[in-house]
Design a protein around this ligand. Structure first.
Ligand code: BEZ
Ligand code: FE
Length: 297
């Protein structure tokens, strides 16, 4: 086969894929070719534009390092991460909704006891976070593993301060108590820009978009027999709730901070300073059949 032109090239490439041994590889390759050729037909790029597109992807790759994943940022800012998340989390009614993991999760964060302060010595408005973990139907999930992480009062994560000698902070792993409850002290996080000093930031500026995410606390919660929950709790009133740079906000994940004055009681103690309280009750769904089968195979 030869002499392909703009009308015959797509069929020719699709034909070439028929030998793929793995049917999923064939399906994905076919869809990629169909959509890529459709995209090119729609935009009719000049050579200069096509070269700029390849250079953009090359710069995305060059920006990646141990601590920076520019391809994930690209996926996040194009809404692709949230689309993959939605397709993979067609959860039963009542289960807590999911959102993006983001690049600031760290495996093996330090363990913290219930009631611990995960912001020791840090400036910011004191925040008491409390809640529970239960199954659909209401049964508590004692001992559920809760990873929590969030930004500081200026919108930075600890990992972004490592290069200036910063230490691990505002992240921890807790275990829910026998009644599935958890609670800890921290500081109120701020909205923040996603890292925008690379090609994704250039893209956002060219698209006339801001890089900000509304203030939130990340949670990753696991319990045996249940789907791992990756989500955030967003703070009500944030000015970026309706324009999150990564499209991660859902109404069901927004909570209002309750403001309490010094002298009020929490966690069995009278607190001698003003503080805020954030409460969220998480509901996990049972492991899906697809995931159970994948784990067994
Ligand atoms: C985050 O919430 O930590 C985050 C999510 C997506 C991109 C950048 C940051
Ligand atoms: Fe975040």
């Amino acid at each position: 086969m030869r002499n392909f032109d703009e009308h015959t090239i797509t069929a020719a490439v699709l034909e070439r894929l028929q030998g793929a041994a793995n049917p999923r590889v064939r399906q994905i390759s076919e869809a990629l070719v169909r959509h890529l050729h459709g995209f090119i037909r729609e935009i009719e790029p000049s050579f200069e534009e096509w070269r700029a597109a390849i250079e953009f992807l090359t710069e995305i790759g060059k920006k990646c390092s141990e601590t920076r994943q520019e391809f994930i940022l690209l996926s996040d800012t194009l809404g692709a991460s949230m689309l993959v998340d939605a397709i993979n989390h067609r959860l039963p009614q009542g289960a807590t909704e999911t959102t993006v993991l983001g690049p600031f999760f760290v495996e093996n964060a330090p363990d913290a006891a219930l009631g611990a302060d995960i912001s020791p010595g840090m400036a910011g408005e004191p925040l008491f976070v409390e809640g529970s973990v239960s199954a659909l139907g209401g049964a508590p999930l004692p001992g559920a593993l809760i990873d929590v992480w969030h930004s500081d009062k200026d919108g930075y994560y600890d990992v972004q301060r490592y290069e200036q000698g910063g230490a691990t902070a505002l992240r921890a792993r807790l275990r829910a108590d026998v009644a599935g409850r958890f609670w800890f002290w921290t500081i109120v996080p701020s909205f923040y820009p996603i890292p925008d000093d690379g090609p994704v930031g250039d893209m956002l500026r060219a698209q006339g978009r801001h890089p900000y995410r509304p203030a939130h606390v990340h949670f990753m919660i696991s319990a045996p027999g249940y789907e791992r929950l990756v989500t955030h709790v967003f703070i009500d009133g944030d000015k970026y709730l309706d324009s999150d740079a990564v499209f991660g906000v859902k109404d069901s994940l927004i909570r209002q901070l309750e403001r309490r004055t010094a002298g009020t009681d929490v966690d069995g103690k009278v607190v001698d300073h003003d503080y805020a309280v954030l409460r969220y009750d998480f509901i996990l769904s049972p492991i899906s059949r697809r995931e159970r089968e994948a784990r067994l195979s």
